[in-house]
Design a protein around this ligand. Structure first.
Ligand code: AMP
Ligand code: MG
Length: 422
C-alpha cells in the first residue's frame, strides 16, 4: 500500500505527454478555448504597435509644461485634434499642443500627455494647470511586448485572456495538442445500463456517466466501452481493445480482493506491469495502476503504452481517485507543462470532521464564503462510502491526513475545490 503523495508521484512519472509534433491539430481561434497550445507563439507585431496616449487629454512637450501650476498655467496653442485611429499630421512645436484621445497616436514632437482634468480649454488654446511627469500617460511602442520574442509558450491552456492576446497578434489559427483519448468501461455482474429496468440486486452503472463527464471536463475525449461482466474472457477482450484505441484507460470495479475481482489477474496475463495496487486513502483504497509492454502487435493510436487505471467500483471512490490521480495524469498527457497536481486550499471547517486516522480520509461538502473567507460545510446525510446521493450539490473535498482523527469547528482544514463558483 502506498501513500497518496507517493502514488501521485509514481503516476506522474509514468505519464508520457502527447507528442509535440505528431499529436497536434490546427484549430481556429474561435474553437481554441480550453485547448493546449502545442507550439510557442511569436508575433511580428510590437505591442503597443505605436507610441499612443493612455488618456484623454493633450499631447505636449514636457519641456514646455514642466513648471505649470494652477496659479501660473502654461498656455499652449492647439494645432490638431487626434482621435483614436487617425494619423497625426503635425509636429508639435514649442508652445503647441494637440488634443488627443485614449489610444490615439502620439504626434511627432510631443512626448507627454496632460490629462484633460488638469487643463482648462479656452477656444483653440489650452491652459495646463499642473506639471505632468516626463512622458506621463504615453504608452510606448514595444513597451508591452517586442516583436519576434516569445508571446506565449507551448503547453499552456488557452483561456479567454490568452485568446485575446492571440487575436490581437492576428493569429487566426493555432496548433494545439489533440484531445487525449480516454477509454472508459465498468465492470460488475450487478450493473445495468441506464435505460434498463432493475432486477433485484442490480444497480445502474453510474460510474460510466460520472467518468465520461470528468474526462470531458478535463479536455480529453471519452471513449465509452460499456459494461463488462465479472468474467475473465470478456474482461481480457475489452482491456485488449481499450489499450489499442486509447491513450489512457479507466475501468471501475473489480480491483478489490473479492472472488470476482479479476482486473489485476487479467492485466498480469496481458504482461502488464502493475505499479500500484492500493493506496492509503478512504475512500479509494483499491486502485490499480498499470502499464503495458510496448509491442507492435497492438495497433495503438499513440506511440506510448497507455496508462491503465483500475478504479474501485464505489462511486464516491471513483470521484476521489479521479481527482487525485487520473486528472493529474490527463493534464500531463494532454501537453500541459506544469500545475498537474490538485491544488488544496486552507479554509476553516464549520463542522467537526472525524476520521479513524488510519488512512488519508476525504469528506464531501460545500465551500461557503463568509465575510470573504471560505468555510467548509460537511455534506448532510449518510457519509457511508456507498452513498452517492449526498455528493450532488457539493463542491469541495476536505482531507484529513493520516493520523489526524479530529478537526474541530473553526479549525483549519485542507480542501480540494471541485468546481468554481456555482
Ligand atoms: P467493486 O469495486 O467492484 O467491488 O464495487 C464496489 C461497489 O461499487 C459495489 O457496491 C458496486 O455495486 C459498486 N459499483 C461498482 N461499479 C459501479 C458502477 N459502474 N456504477 C455504480 N456503482 C458501481
Ligand atoms: Mg465488482
Amino acid at each position: 500500500m502506498v501513500s497518496v503523495s507517493d502514488a501521485q508521484a509514481i503516476i506522474l512519472n509514468l505519464v508520457q505527454p502527447l507528442d509535440r509534433l505528431r499529436d497536434t491539430e490546427i484549430v481556429n481561434l474561435l474553437a481554441a478555448d480550453s485547448r493546449i497550445l502545442a507550439v510557442p507563439v511569436t508575433s511580428p507585431l510590437d505591442f503597443p504597435h505605436w507610441d499612443n496616449s493612455a488618456m484623454d487629454g493633450y499631447a505636449v512637450r514636457y519641456e514646455d509644461v514642466q513648471h505649470s501650476s494652477a496659479e501660473q498655467p502654461t498656455v499652449l496653442e492647439i494645432v490638431e485634434d487626434i482621435p483614436a485611429g487617425y494619423q497625426p499630421n503635425s509636429t508639435i512645436q514649442p508652445g503647441e499642443a494637440a488634443r488627443i484621445f485614449t489610444g490615439a497616436l502620439m504626434p511627432a514632437g510631443a512626448d507627454t500627455i496632460v490629462i484633460q482634468e488638469r487643463t482648462r480649454r479656452d477656444e483653440n488654446r489650452v491652459h495646463i494647470l499642473a506639471a505632468p511627469k516626463p512622458q506621463e500617460f504615453v504608452r510606448h511602442k514595444a513597451s508591452f511586448y517586442q516583436a519576434g520574442t516569445q508571446l506565449l509558450p507551448a503547453g499552456i491552456k488557452l483561456n479567454a485572456s490568452e485568446i485575446a492576446v492571440l487575436a490581437a497578434a492576428q493569429c487566426p489559427q493555432l496548433s494545439v495538442y489533440r484531445r487525449p483519448r480516454v477509454a472508459i468501461f465498468s465492470t460488475g455482474d450487478e450493473l445495468v445500463p441506464i435505460d434498463q429496468p432493475l432486477q433485484s440486486g442490480q444497480i445502474v452503472d453510474s460510474n460510466q456517466y460520472a467518468l465520461a463527464a470528468l474526462v470531458k471536463e478535463s479536455g480529453a475525449e471519452p471513449l465509452l466501452l460499456g459494461i463488462v461482466k465479472d468474467d475473465p474472457v470478456a474482461l481480457e477482450k475489452v482491456i485488449t481493445h481499450a489499450i489499442a484505441i486509447a491513450d489512457l484507460v479507466i475501468s471501475s470495479g473489480g480491483v478489490s480482493v473479492g472472488d470476482y475481482d479479476y482486473v489485476d489477474k487479467i492485466l498480469q496475463s496481458l504482461s502488464a506491469k502493475i505499479h500500484i495496487r492500493s493506496v492509503e486513502m478512504r475512500p479509494g483504497k483499491p486502485l490499480t495502476v498499470a502499464t503495458f509492454p510496448s509491442t507492435d502487435a497492438i495497433n495503438r493510436v499513440s506511440s506510448h503504452s497507455p496508462l491503465y487505471f483500475g478504479l474501485p467500483g464505489n462511486p464516491a471512490a471513483v470521484l476521489v481517485t479521479f481527482w487525485q490521480f487520473v486528472l493529474p495524469a490527463i493534464k500531463k498527457l494532454s501537453g500541459i507543462t506544469e500545475g498537474w497536481e490538485p491544488a488544496f486550499l486552507k479554509v476553516r471547517s464549520h463542522h467537526e470532521l472525524r476520521s479513524d486516522g488510519k488512512r488519508e480520509t476525504y469528506l464531501w461538502g460545500k465551500l461557503h464564503l463568509i465575510d470573504g473567507v471560505y468555510e467548509f460545510y460537511k455534506a448532510g446525510g449518510s457519509s457511508s462510502s456507498g452513498n452517492l446521493i449526498n455528493l450532488a450539490q457539493t463542491n469541495a473535498l476536505a482531507v484529513l491526513p493520516m493520523g489526524k482523527t479530529l478537526i474541530s469547528p473553526q479549525e483549519e482544514v485542507q480542501v480540494l475545490q471541485l468546481v468554481n463558483g456555482e
